[in-house]
Design a protein around this ligand. Structure first.
Ligand SMILES: Nc1ncnc2c1ncn2[C@@H]1O[C@H](COP(=O)(O)OP(=O)(O)OP(=O)(O)O)[C@@H](O)[C@H]1O
Length: 272
């Protein structure tokens, strides 16, 4: 059933094809304030499983704020207040009994700037598996590290130097290391906040290929400033403007047949 957009005042334009996909993440009337300042207002959308959803919109429209709601990263910001419902499968993310540390393994996050720990390549990937008790033996841990690095497309480049520092890798390799670190704790959803903005075009292309491979097994939600990137990697696109979700639907529809004038203006470069 569709959320009641009319209740929010200004309805989101929701493309009809959207309803055909199985849903992994559903938000209902999510709003965020930083102190007195509203940053996100009444966002309701349903994000499909095993697909890439891109969040686009002009600077300051609330894309990163929205992403951070999905794994409760806004909890770490003192003056942030989140209201509304966010469900992953049927579980309420903001439920009292939800442990944010466990949630953040289930909903991993990759940031703009690669942020490996100041530890070896091996330890970067093993760390989460160890603290979540996912390996009983050294050989199980080795397996998790190898499998995660393979899935992140990095194994062939690092298998002979697992004990070198993570920070010795190139920027693009570090970003894939961080993705391997997220994969090692069995996430269901991976959030990416402008994951390529610090990378050169070759490293960017490698991450985009990886995003495409990962969608076979994970739900991916990516914030990007690049409309070309959103068009290349995503199946669904959400357009935000001034803290509101304006339009949501299959990427092809958003880019070729937007329903809202603001989306049209943004994708044709009239603002943003
Ligand atoms: N920690 C914070 N404290 C106060 N205001 C904040 C904080 N983080 C974000 N904001 C404000 O909330 C609004 C939304 O910010 P957000 O970073 O989510 O937007 P964005 O669309 O991701 O922007 P950008 O594309 O520039 O990264 C902005 O007005 C921003 O200034």
């Amino acid at each position: 059933m569709k959320p009641d957009y009319e209740a929010q005042g200004e309805p989101t334009r929701y493309h009809p094809l959207t309803a055909q996909l199985p849903i992994k993440v559903a938000t209902q009337d999510v709003s965020v304030r930083y102190g007195d300042k509203p940053a996100l207002e009444g966002v309701s959308l349903e994000i499909p499983d095993r697909a890439v959803t891109a969040c686009i919109g002009p600077s300051g429209c609330g894309k990163s704020t929205f992403l951070r709601c999905l794994n409760r990263m806004n909890d770490t910001i003192d003056n942030a207040r989140v209201t509304g419902s966010i469900r992953i499968d049927s579980e309420e993310v903001n439920g009292r009994d939800v442990d944010p540390v466990v949630l953040r393994a289930r909903v991993g996050m990759v940031f703009q700037k690669p942020n490996p720990f100041p530890k070896s390549i091996f330890e970067n990937v093993a760390y989460g598996a160890r603290i979540h008790g996912l390996a009983d033996t050294k050989s199980e841990l080795d397996d998790i590290v190898e499998t995660s690095l393979i899935k992140a497309g990095l194994w062939n480049e690092v298998s002979d130097r697992l004990h070198h520092p993570g920070t010795s890798l190139s920027g693009g390799q570090q970003q894939r290391l961080v993705i391997a670190r997220a994969i090692a704790v069995n996430p269901e959803v991976i959030l990416m906040d402008e994951p390529c903005s610090a990378l050169d075009p070759i490293a960017t292309a490698r991450i985009e290929e990886l995003i495409d491979e990962l969608r076979e097994n994970y739900t991916l939600i990516i914030v990007t400033h690049s409309m070309a990137q959103a068009a290349r990697v995503s199946q669904m696109t959400a357009f935000f403007h001034l803290g509101k979700l304006v339009e949501y639907g299959p990427t092809e529809e958003i880019f070729t047949n937007p329903l809202d004038q603001r989306t049209q203006d943004f994708i044709t470069g009239r603002f943003g």
